[in-house]
Design a protein around this ligand. Sequence first.
Ligand SMILES: Cc1cc2nc3c(=O)[nH]c(=O)nc-3n(C[C@H](O)[C@H](O)[C@H](O)COP(=O)(O)O)c2cc1C
Length: 374
Amino acid sequence: MRTAICERLGIEFPLFAFSHCRDVVAAVTNAGGFGVLGAVAYSPERLDTELSWLDERVNGRPYGVDVLVPGRIDASALDRHAHLLDHVPDRHRDFVTHLLSKYGVSAPGRPLTAVADEFGRRVTAAGASGLIEVALKHPIGLIASALGPPPPEMVTAARQAGVPVAALVGTVEHAYRQVAAGADLIVAQGTEAGGHTGEIATMVLVPQVVDAVAPTPVLAAGGIASGRQMAAAMALGAEGVWCGSVWLTTEEAETAPAVKRKLLAASSLDTVRSRSRTGKPARQLRSAWTEEWDSGQESPGPLGMPLQLLLAEGAMNRISAAAERGEPGALELVNYYVGQVVGQLDQIRPARQVVYDLVSEFGEAVERLERLSG
Ligand SMILES: Cc1cc2nc3c(=O)[nH]c(=O)nc-3n(C[C@H](O)[C@H](O)[C@H](O)COP(=O)(O)O)c2cc1C
């Protein structure tokens, strides 16, 4: 299964694991895959700590870092001198207060304002630059950006450090733009993926992107959580696969227990592409939160990014805490980003086991195809 990307990055299997959890990243990297730490939730200082932790555990094996740099955001909210939360209209604040009370979410938890402005500013090119600077001080093997072309400063700094740049795309047009902006590796992510996602399915998107950007290598993402799906992705021309949802139910994942239980019980019909958590369409578990924002009669409609992200993050903090206390209303509201493969996730496994299961099922799938063609 060694593809050119394995040679280039020094890995055994072309299996990339996107996760916000350092334990998952370490486990996958140590199992021969390539862990990628999502950095958006971290301050530069905290990211430095997380990466030092990883450096001590991966024994020189390669891992990557991912930042979110949206091409388009609500610029009016970025006035440096104002608090971002001051831009949230009263109607939207009132709607959140109304939801928390309608669903009986009790203890206040962290107030909405406790989510620092810094969090909203981090999803901008300027905000991400602090994270990129920290990441490049560590021996990372890849830096990835999502939601827009990698900023020129990121490409220049990565080049100087000899670190390849990856970019996530949901259309062929995005792929052209990302390659022109300097991406060395394209992650073609279909609509079935968890998190921010476009409208084109992986099966349709991957071969188009592969042909469009050749000879730039392409990884397939979205809807891949088994070896059969991995074999299909490789048949489409991908050099490897990039998975996110499958790690959420691993032993190492820090997914909140109430959410983990919801994920294990969910079917592939239980996700929705909604703007209600970040202001941009992101696939997540359908819950009372997404239903109320997207089709509730009183909904003011989600704001743009980053304001909706701040509003939702503050509320979700309280909702998650209440869900962990077993409050029924909070359990209806609580959700998380996940893709349609959630319907396949019905047991908790160590991340290392997920890697081995994927690789061994991949081998069986390829043998089956060889028998068919033979
Ligand atoms: C919980 C979760 C959070 C995500 N956050 C990000 C992110 O911050 N940056 C990013 O590039 N991709 C993010 N993604 C998308 C993944 O990188 C990946 O493309 C996607 O999960 C692949 O599809 P799958 O969920 O079907 O495996 C996220 C995915 C999930 C499930």
